[in-house]
Ligand binder design. Structure first.
Ligand code: HEC
Ligand code: HEC
Length: 300
């Protein structure tokens, strides 16, 4: 009897110590992530041309939808609660009310560096993918947003909660995209708008968040599968798009229908975004996907 009391006592102490160590580690991760969100970024921001003709504004709206801005900031750009889960609450802001107050360098800083006019790094604003956006495309998006009447909306504050911060510190989730941008790198020369591998590469940044940097799909780290689904392999491996034609890819992106007649879950593969791609853009993406090394499913 006595022996067991002792064992239980030590077990109790052991557990207590474990809980304490865990508590200290979690508290540390919370603070560390917080400090990184409070960091200050000094970025000059650069200017670019903003056109004002109708055609540019219409094209700006299409780019706003096809690059996913509309998905996060709302189709009407008035912001919305994107996610509210134990990990975090993210409510991308209203872009109609600030559009007229942001200068061109402010837009460059926000969209391509993920940093506010005061130097605060934005959370979950995917600047590391949007960094590649050309002046011409950004100029038309800004033209579109400035053409919208300012229309205020009520939104809750963003909140990165404990587990979200742990994933941030572990490098499993790009909570502060500004950390992933090389802010001093020269702007890349954008490829010509044409059905080429280079233009497909320019466009594929809108797909990697889900399909992975190597485009071979698999479960998204930290994302609930019932909400996000499991992104498919887009390389031409046998577990991917082998046998797909350019038209097959176009039909899928327009309608969600696969060549075998089945459909993707439109809540998982966002057809509401991909249907805004032009035939030329899909053709360029197709050539780019074909140019990639074939990888088995799930290597992300
Ligand atoms: C994955 C979701 C997501 C996508 C895609 C996205 N944004 Fe954001 N964006 C956010 C979040 C979240 C914030 C605010 C973060 C914060 O305040 O820390 C933000 C902030 C901004 C801001 C700063 C607004 C302000 O009031 O300071 C601008 C401008 C902006 N986004 C423009 C865009 C444009 C243009 C695109 C498309 C090219 C885009 N965003 C795509 C999530 C997104
Ligand atoms: C928000 C996440 C997300 C984004 C962004 C996204 N996809 Fe997907 N995609 C998915 C998911 C999840 C599936 C699997 C859906 C299913 O099986 O129901 C999928 C499936 C597909 C399929 C079907 C493949 C097959 O074998 O069934 C194609 C093709 C595809 N995506 C292309 C693209 C392209 C091209 C882009 C970028 C322009 C893109 N996706 C952007 C999440 C995404």
């Amino acid at each position: 009897m006595k022996k067991w009391t002792k064992v239980l006592k030590w077990l109790g102490i052991g557990l207590g110590v474990l809980v304490m160590v865990l508590g200290v580690a979690l508290g540390g991760a919370y603070a560390m992530s917080g400090a990184r969100m409070d960091a200050h970024y000094e970025i000059a921001g650069r200017s670019f041309d903003v056109p004002s003709d109708e055609a540019a504004i219409t094209e700006g709206r299409r780019i706003f939808m096809s690059r996913g801005c509309g998905e996060c900031h709302g189709e009407d750009a008035r912001g919305r609660v994107l996610i509210d889960i134990p990990l975090m609450r993210i409510a991308p802001p209203n872009l109609t009310t600030m559009a007229s107050t942001f200068s061109e360098p402010d837009w460059d800083r926000a969209v391509r560096h993920g940093v506010s006019p005061t130097g605060r790094p934005y959370v979950l604003m995917p600047a590391h993918e949007l960094w590649y956006m050309s002046d011409a495309d950004l100029g038309r998006v800004v033209a579109y947003l400035r053409s919208l009447p300012a229309s205020p909306s009520e939104l809750p504050a963003n909140e990165i909660r404990l587990i979200g911060r742990v994933l941030h510190v572990l490098g499993a989730m790009p909570v502060v995209p500004a950390e992933l941008v090389d802010h001093d790198a020269p702007r890349p020369t954008p490829p010509a708008v044409a059905e080429t591998v280079a233009y497909g590469e320019y466009l594929h940044w809108a797909c990697i968040n889900c399909h992975g940097e190597h485009m071979s799909g698999g479960p998204m780290p930290g994302a609930p599968e019932d909400v996000m689904g499991i992104p498919a392999n887009l390389t031409f491996h046998e577990t991917g798009l082998r046998g797909w034609t350019r038209e097959d890819l176009y039909t899928l992106m327009q309608t969600g229908r696969r060549p075998d007649g089945t459909s993707v879950n439109p809540e998982h593969m966002p057809v509401r975004i991909s249907r805004h791609y032009t035939e030329l853009e899909v053709g360029a993406l197709y050539l780019y996907l074909r140019s990639l090394p074939e990888r088995p499913f799930g290597e992300r």
